[in-house]
Design a protein around this ligand. Structure first.
Ligand SMILES: *[C@@H]1O[C@H](CO)[C@@H](O)[C@H](O)[C@H]1NC(C)=O
Length: 200
C-alpha cells in the first residue's frame, strides 16, 4: 500500500503559504496498469508488492476513479523480526523530456509501524483504518494475515497547481534490526505509474 504520511499535507500547506491566490482543481490519476502496482526493475530480484504481501487472495479492482480492495493479504516481507523498525519513503516523480524528475510531493517516515495506525496520518486514512482492530499488527510480522472488508482508494485528488501529465509514485522501504540497527537485506520497492488528467 502507498505510504503517504501527514508530511504530505505539511508540504502541501507550505507550498500553499508561498503561493497566493491559490485555486484548487480536481485531477484524476489514470493508472497505467490495471493491477495498480509495478515492480522496480533496477533492483535485482525485486517483485514489487509481492515482496510485501502474498496477494493470492487479495482482490484489487481499478475502475471509475477508484481502486477497490478486498480479500485477505498475507505479510510476506522475508528476513525480518516483528519489532524491527521500518523506514519508508514515497515520492511522486514527473515524466519530463525523457526523464523522471522530482516534484514537491514526497513523504518519509522513520517508523512506518507507528504511522500505519496513527489516526492523524494519511497512511492510516488510506489503509490502516481498514485493518480490523484485532489484526492491527505491522507488516513486520511475517505470515500475519489482514482480512479486509471491501474498501476504496480514490484516484481523484485535489491539487493547488496544475499537475497534468505522466507521473509515477515510487515507494521504498527498509527494515532495521531493533537492537543493532543494521538494515535487513530485503528492501521493498513498489511503483505506481499513471497520468493526471484535470477533471474539474
Ligand atoms: C488463499 O485462500 C485459500 C482458500 O481459503 C487458502 O487455502 C490459501 O492458503 C490462501 N492463500 C493465501 C496466500 O492467502
Amino acid at each position: 500500500m502507498i505510504d503517504l504520511s501527514s508530511n504530505l499535507l505539511i508540504s502541501l500547506v507550505s507550498i500553499l503559504s508561498n503561493a497566493s491566490p491559490v485555486s484548487f482543481a480536481l485531477y484524476e490519476f489514470i493508472l497505467a496498469n490495471d493491477e495498480v502496482f509495478d515492480n522496480c526493475p533496477q533492483i535485482p530480484g525485486n517483485r514489487g508488492i509481492h515482496d510485501l504481501f502474498d496477494m493470492a487472495n487479495v482482490t484489487l479492482v481499478y475502475s471509475e476513479g477508484r481502486v477497490t480492495i478486498g480479500g485477505s493479504g498475507v505479510c510476506n516481507w522475508e528476513g525480518m523480526q516483528p519489532n524491527d523498525r521500518i523506514r519508508s519513503r514515497a515520492e511522486l516523480l514527473k515524466y519530463h523530456r525523457g526523464t523522471w524528475q522530482p516534484t514537491p510531493l514526497s513523504s518519509a517516515t522513520n517508523n512506518f509501524c507507528e504511522t500505519l495506525f496513527d489516526p492523524t496520518s494519511l497512511t492510516y486514512h488510506m489503509w490502516g483504518r481498514h485493518i480490523v482492530e484485532s489484526e492491527r499488527k505491522c507488516v513486520s510480522n511475517y505470515g500475519h494475515i489482514y482480512h479486509y472488508c471491501h474498501f476504496m482508494v480514490d484516484t481523484v485528488l485535489e491539487f493547488p497547481w496544475n499537475i497534468e501529465g505522466r507521473h509515477k509514485l515510487v515507494y521504498r522501504s527498509r527494515a532495521y534490526d531493533s537492537t543493532s540497527n543494521r538494515p535487513r537485506p530485503k528492501e521493498i520497492c513498489i511503483q505506481v505509474f499513471g497520468e493526471f488528467i484535470k477533471v474539474k
